[in-house]
Design a binder for this molecule. Structure first.
Ligand code: C2O
Ligand code: CU
Length: 503
């Protein structure tokens, strides 16, 4: 994603760019600009502690649970070591690129941070070349469950991802313990597959190869319908041999240990490239408390749908025994699994039937922002249509019919959405394809527009096949920001655009 040289100038240098359609020429608010520094200064207090972290992207052999594969990780671990700080602190992260012949960057997914630290090569920084490093430093203003990954090509479909947790000092008393649950779809290093080859294969095959797959939780089969298959019929473009929770397969799963009666907070991150998951815990209910880091009025459900890039926090009141925590690949076949152990007993079979998975999952439409984080009511200053389109003959996914083909470097390759600081902006995602797209906006937390003004705050929202979803945000974080599909293959096949602050 993003190695456009021409764009670097506009993004970093605020070079004047005539806007032919607008009433007057406008200039891009570059990532390296006074407006960006001023926004960071407003976030940072003089006494904010600076926390140091290090990430080293490197080739690694990982054990997924009986299966050893060559891949790329941060620091040899899968997922990478989590970064954890408190709201208001400053993260100082040294990133080193020890990858063979590949540039990289790190993007801090979901954080409303200073634009020049957002990790998008060609837009907010130069790519980090092999053997080189980059020092990221930014204030984390909002608490919540976030994650980090590269913003180069399909690198995130390797092992390059880690959770990033920002604790809220006010929220400790509501649970006894917590666990971070990172979901992933995995093909790297298996049967000589890797994400770059997979993307090339998809491009060579065009759209013809896209068949839906049967799944244990809807999609195809007897009971498909909007309730049972809320995403539509296509689970994804890529077939994965494995699904992982915290880097482990269901045959050798991670075990979370607790005591019966305890209340556990799960911070769930979907780090997959091409797979949404339906999450459930055998014989337990899930109380959803946060969407993409921000609190919602709690909703109890048996299962929960999580698109790529989304995060949900849930509370679980634990029974006694050993229970499967299952993430079923939505619209595909296969599952990821972990165990929650609060007592003695045999672990369940990896294929154990979990009744809760068969219920209609909670989706974003069932959630409302908690009062304290509700986006104040205001009429939008502008409404921007974001049309999600597929080219039926090739493997090309576009936004408003703009797509840079095969990574080509063109000034006009991507759709540009222009906003001015201070505006209330509505994005209207119109999905004209037969597949779902988890649409992600960098640097902002929008509110899903639900007609009542109380929609959940999010930075990634699933737009189901054929559906339209509207989101509102305040343009209060100047810079140049990506707006794209978080299916890593769709993003590389063109479904990427730029939200460009102008002045
Ligand atoms: Cu998590 Cu632009 O990405
Ligand atoms: Cu997509």
């Amino acid at each position: 994603m993003w190695s456009r040289r021409g764009f670097l100038a506009a993004g970093l240098g605020a070079v004047a760019a005539g806007c032919s359609r607008g009433p007057r020429p406008t200039v891009a608010v570059g990532a390296d600009s006074e407006a960006v520094r001023a926004a960071e200064a407003r976030r940072r207090t003089g006494s904010a502690p600076i926390r140091q972290f290090a990430l080293r992207a490197e080739p690694t052999i990982v054990d997924l649970g009986g299966v050893q594969v060559p891949t790329w990780t941060y620091g040899g671990r899968l997922p990478g070591q989590e970064i954890r700080l408190r709201r208001g602190e400053v993260a100082a992260v040294r990133v080193e690129n020890a990858l063979p012949q590949a540039t990289t960057t790190v993007h801090w997914h979901g954080l409303a941070l200073r634009a020049d630290m957002d990790g998008v090569p060609g837009l907010t920084q130069a790519p980090i070349t092999p053997g080189a490093g980059f020092d990221y430093e930014f204030t984390v203003a909002d608490a919540g469950t976030y994650w980090l990954h590269p913003h180069v090509g399909v690198q995130l479909d390797r092992g390059l991802y880690a959770p990033l947790i920002v604790e809220d000092p006010d929220d400790g008393a509501r649970y006894d313990l917590e666990a971070v649950v990172v979901l992933d779809d995995w093909l790297d290093g298996i049967d000589r597959r890797d994400p770059d080859t997979e993307l090339a294969r998809l491009r060579a095959a065009g759209m013809h190869d896209m068949s839906a797959h049967p799944s244990e939780s809807g999609g195809h089969g007897g009971h498909s319908g909007p309730q049972q298959a809320p995403l539509g019929d296509h689970g994804g473009d890529v077939t994965y041999p494995l699904y992982l929770i915290n880097g482990r397969t269901p045959t050798d799963p991670v075990t979370f240990t607790a005591r019966p009666g305890q209340r556990m907070r799960l911070r769930v991150v979907n780090a997959a490239a091409d797979t949404a998951f339906r999450l459930a815990i055998g014989r337990h209910q899930l109380q959803v408390t946060h969407s993409d880091g921000f609190p919602v009025f709690p909703v109890t459900t048996e299962s929960l749908l999580i698109g790529m890039g989304e995060r949900y926090d849930v509370l679980v009141d634990l029974q006694e025994g050993v229970f499967p925590l299952v993430a079923s690949a939505e619209g595909k076949s296969g599952r990821a699994m972990a165990l929650i152990r609060t007592g003695s007993g045999q672990p369940p079979d990896p294929q154990v039937r979990v009744r809760e998975l068969a219920t209609a999952p909670l989706t974003v439409t069932g959630l409302r922002a908690e009062a304290a984080v509700r986006l104040p009511a205001r009429a939008p200053d502008q409404v921007l249509d974001v049309r999600l389109v597929a080219d039926a003959s090739k493997y090309v996914w576009t936004i408003n019919d703009h797509a840079p083909l095969d990574g080509a470097v063109h000034e006009d390759g991507h759709a540009m959405f222009e906003v001015f600081e201070g505006q209330r902006v509505r994005l209207r995602f119109v999905n004209a394809t037969t597949m779902f797209h988890p649409m992600h906006l960098h640097g902002h937390t929008f509110a899903v527009a639900d007609g009542s003004g109380g929609g959940p705050r999010k930075d990634t929202v699933v737009v189901a096949a054929g559906d339209t979803v509207e989101v509102d945000f305040d343009a209060i974080n100047p810079g140049q920001w990506m707006l794209h599909c978080h299916n890593a293959y769709h993003g590389e096949a063109g479904m990427m655009s730029v939200l460009s602050y102008r002045h």
